[in-house]
Ligand binder design. Structure first.
Ligand SMILES: C[S@@+](CC[C@H](N)C(=O)[O-])C[C@H]1O[C@@H](n2cnc3c(N)ncnc32)[C@H](O)[C@@H]1O
Length: 305
């Protein structure tokens, strides 16, 4: 098989599938997820407090004082980039609006984006064995990965949906506040080590193995990608028009929110969850005291009345 796909204005050539020797060759869009070392510029308590306030006001993220080194480490390369000698100068620069894109860059650097394919696999098993078999016939099944990071969660969902639903229509929205990880999600290209938890049958069916310059990487089949709408959405602000959903995944993001922010975010998302729809959070999170509009069906899986 040899086909060409125009992907983010770049042409990629695909030859054969991962698992049975399928591969692709071509350009790659890769977002660096690495941190930088702290270096010699120290961050003062006041400077740290300014960034705490910034990230809380813009994303609802609460950074404890234990995150001081992390904040200074992640922002240091931006100080270097602009040849600034203090975090105060950098803060003033992003607040002045003289470099409008820099606000988003700072926010990107201050979010934590850890994720992987088939993370907390019980959720995908529940989707496959309980939610999908009891879906309403005749309607497109709609699902939202509401803090999708670099795409591993929505693509895991997409593989399960494509495998289980066949010709039945389904749609997905995948969103995040960080433009950096959203670009990586849209690119859908990963180092081969990230494929470790993807079942062989799904690798064969939905992943293309890189060859030549792309050796050691794999690409999510564009057929899956076209079913996903990638959106920049701040869950800490009014939602854009996204329609209503049968299932919402909100995993491993509420841990960064305080109780008030959690309540507001959950309320916002429940307004677009269909009656009887499922709401799925991480096993390490809790909705205790957050809402009484959801009934727990099993640990970390909830249903709207
Ligand atoms: C740890 S990742 C979780 C990824 C995936 N859901 C999972 O469980 O593997 C948390 C994601 O939440 C995003 N995030 C943080 N605050 C957000 C907000 N206010 N609105 C939307 N996304 C946010 C971050 O950018 C990050 O990519």
């Amino acid at each position: 098989m040899l086909c060409q796909s125009d992907h983010r204005d770049r042409t990629i050539t695909f030859t054969y599938r991962l698992g049975d020797g399928v591969s692709y060759a071509g350009d790659i869009v890769h977002a660096s997820l690495s941190n930088v070392s702290t270096g010699e510029i120290a961050i003062t308590d006041q400077e740290f407090a300014d960034f705490q306030e910034f990230v809380y006001q813009s994303a609802g993220i609460t950074l404890s004082s234990a995150k001081k080194a992390l904040v200074s480490g992640r922002l240091l390369k931006r100080l270097r980039h602009y040849r600034l000698s203090s975090y105060r100068d950098y803060f003033q620069m992003i607040m002045s609006g003289q470099e409008p894109a820099e606000l988003q860059t700072a926010l990107d650097l201050l979010t934590t984006n850890e994720t992987y394919f088939f993370r907390e696999p019980q959720h995908f098993e529940y989707l496959r064995t309980a939610i999908l078999p009891s879906r309403k016939p005749g309607e497109a099944f709609r699902i939202w990965s509401a803090a999708c990071s670099s795409g591993e969660e929505p693509y895991t969902l997409a593989m399960v949906l494509a495998d289980q639903l066949g010709a039945t229509p389904w749609e997905m929205v995948a969103s995040d506040i960080s433009s950096r990880v959203l670009a990586a999600a849209q690119a859908g290209q990963y180092p081969m080590e990230r494929a470790e938890k993807i079942p062989q049958a799904y690798l064969k069916a939905y992943c293309l193995k890189g060859i030549g310059a792309q050796a050691g990487r794999f690409l999510i089949d564009p057929k899956l990608k076209t079913r996903i709408r990638f959106l920049s959405v701040n869950l800490n602000a009014s939602l854009p028009q996204v329609g209503t959903f049968d299932v919402i995944f909100l995993r491993n993001v509420m841990i960064y929110f305080n109780t008030d922010t959690k309540r507001q975010v959950v309320e916002r998302l429940l307004s677009v969850l269909k009656p009887g729809g499922h709401f799925i959070i991480s096993h390490s999170e809790s909705l205790h005291g957050i809402t009484d509009r959801l009934k727990m069906v099993r640990s970390s899986i909830y249903r709207k009345a």
